[in-house]
Design a protein around this ligand. Structure first.
Ligand SMILES: [Zn+2]
Length: 157
């Protein structure tokens, strides 16, 4: 696949220490275009729609904000919205987003049994934007990766 110059710049901005300390790629060695292509296939296989998932995550964030920083039940999920501290630019250079952190996990799962990334989604406004506009769920091992299987599981609860 041909990598466009803007994508090369975005790739550099996804590295640790550029926009965020941890970056957006985790320990994934695939280029973003490949991550996006494989996650698009996973979305199709799971019957997920990028816009609908982004809308659902925004809905969880908005509902979770009523907890004022404490976990609250939203449907069958327990959602916690942390403080927004500052803004982050999109690696693709098309916007600024609140640096917040939202976590969502099954409400009936005890916290000690909950594994981040397997049972719990962690995301922020920039994660929702990356998913909606760029179809980028972030690299494997990124703390903010939106794993398609986990999205399908939690959003269908
Ligand atoms: Zn963007």
């Amino acid at each position: 696949m041909k990598v466009k110059p803007t994508d090369k710049l975005a790739f550099e901005r996804m590295q640790p220490g550029a926009i965020t300390a941890q970056g957006f790629l985790g320990n994934d060695i695939r280029p973003p275009e490949e991550i996006i292509a494989e996650d698009e296939q996973a979305f199709a296989r799971l019957g997920l729609d990028f816009q609908a998932v982004a809308d659902a995550l925004e809905g969880l964030r908005t509902a979770g904000e009523r907890g004022l920083g404490e976990p609250i039940t939203v449907g069958k999920l327990l959602v916690q919205v942390g403080d927004a501290r500052g803004m982050l630019p999109c690696p693709y250079g098309d916007g600024l987003f609140h640096k917040n952190a939202v976590s969502a996990r099954p409400a009936d799962l005890p916290q000690e049994a909950c594994v981040e990334g397997e049972d719990m989604l962690v995301f922020s406004d920039i994660s929702i934007h990356l998913l909606r506009v760029h179809h980028f769920c972030q690299g494997l091992g990124s703390p903010f990766r939106l794993e398609p299987e986990l999205l399908a599981r939690l959003l269908s609860l």
